[in-house]
Design a protein around this ligand. Structure first.
Ligand code: ATP
Length: 382
């Protein structure tokens, strides 16, 4: 869709990654990746360091060849097309600008290579510089610009040719925190304006959730989940995805009983009710919650279900709430939010909405999801 709400013409309807696999010696960096990206979509490839994100991007860009599998734009097979003939625009972490060329010439480079006539080139470069608000810097060299400005030049250069696909590999990771936020908004705005199909690599879940129409979560070279930011945030399909997208709290519990859309779980002095679809029906489970969904209740609030008692260990003031770390009687560490101050050593009760509690069958072998996520990131299978 364009910003005026009308469907936009895109260069293709579907980009299909079909069983995409890449090995380096005996090591499999990307393992049988299947995904379909629609024309005009902004898709983030999200995962921890080493999970294979850049390898996927480099396969798309044609900088690497797949060991097996293929890449299709509608019915055109592109993994066998030379990189420079794919008509893709690229933005890298390190900007990769030509230092001896001016900003305008950097942006116009791809148009010059395509032998676009000078007046047309000048017009399109100006338009691209307007988009990234750098018209005033057109005659400077990259070294005379800030990091954020350099990255905007790189983005203008990638989109000026209106490529069929824009590929971005951690483009904001060299910028400071504030600039990263500003640039995030600019990239989103640019996508709204131009509607270019974009694949964006990041290990930052906030960045992926806020930028993308859909996310592909990778761990250990394997797709764990594909979904909208809302689906990934609210309904991570596995404990690994949950852990990666910020479900910090984990409690090992056992299913006590189930109804049509609720499951009661127990362990020690904790008893919790989870609501929603596809809940485990029996056996050992791991219950997972975000810190912001686990709230400290005040002494005068009415007693209700889904309470857990804990002793406060650490309190951090965070502006609109206090981040509270506590320990349950059975020794589990929990992270919660409180709207009022509490003190280390204090006994408090925290509560979670049954809709915000995720239950997963306990993984085999170990109950430490973090270890498993780390192993997955190192390429080991989970
Ligand atoms: P990061 O965020 O740290 O860049 P990533 O998710 O992009 O990580 P990749 O760069 O795709 O990960 O690497 C995936 C795995 O493949 C890593 O374990 C890496 O060491 C390995 N790998 C990548 N390129 C090569 C190569 N040219 N030769 C050997 N191994 C490689």
């Amino acid at each position: 869709m364009s910003s005026d709400g009308n469907p936009r013409q895109t260069a293709f309807e579907e980009l299909v990654l079909d069983g995409l696999t890449r090995t380096f010696g005996s090591y499999t960096a990307v393992d049988g990746l299947n995904a379909t990206i629609r024309g005009g979509e902004f898709v983030a490839l999200l995962g921890p360091s080493g999970c294979g994100k850049s390898t996927v991007l480099n396969l798309l860009a044609g900088l690497l060849e797949p060991t097996s599998g293929s890449i299709w734009l509608d019915d055109e097979r592109v993994d066998i097309v030379q990189s420079e003939k794919r008509d893709f625009g690229m933005v890298f972490q390190n900007y990769a600008l030509f230092p001896h060329l001016t900003v305008a010439d950097n942006v116009g480079f791809g148009l010059a290579v395509r032998k676009v006539a000078k007046p047309e080139r000048r017009r399109r470069v100006r338009e691209a510089l307007e988009l990234v608000q750098l018209v005033d810097q057109a005659d400077k060299r990259p070294a005379q610009l800030s990091g954020g400005q350099q990255q905007r030049v790189a983005i203008a250069r990638a989109v000026v040719t209106e490529p069929r696909l824009v590929l971005m590999d951690e483009p904001l990771s060299n910028l400071d925190a504030k600039l990263r936020l500003d640039m995030r908004t600019e990239i989103r705005l640019l996508h709204q304006k131009l509607g270019l199909t974009t694949v964006y690599v990041t290990h930052d879940q906030q960045e992926a959730l806020s930028l993308a129409d859909r996310l592909i979560v990778l761990l250990g070279g394997v797709v764990q989940q594909i979904g909208t930011p809302q689906e990934i945030y609210q309904h991570p399909q596995s404990p690994y995805v949950a852990a990666f997208v910020g479900y910090r709290n984990r409690l090992p519990l056992t299913v006590a009983d189930t109804r049509s859309d609720t499951t009661r779980v127990r362990g020690g002095d904790v008893e919790l009710l989870a609501a929603g679809a596809e809940l485990p029906q029996h056996g050992e489970v791991v219950a997972m919650m975000r810190a912001e969904d686990l709230t400290v209740t005040s002494a005068d609030s009415p007693r209700g279900p889904n309470r857990i008692s804990m002793t406060v260990r650490v309190v951090e003031y965070q502006g609109n709430h206090y981040a509270v770390e506590g320990r349950t009687a059975s020794g589990s560490i929990l992270h919660a939010h409180s709207t009022f101050p509490v003190r280390p050593g204090e006994d408090v009760t925290v509560a979670v909405d049954p809709e915000r509690l995720r239950l997963y069958a306990a993984p085999d072998g170990t109950d430490d999801i973090d270890d498993q996520v780390a192993l997955a990131a190192e390429g080991q299978r989970i």
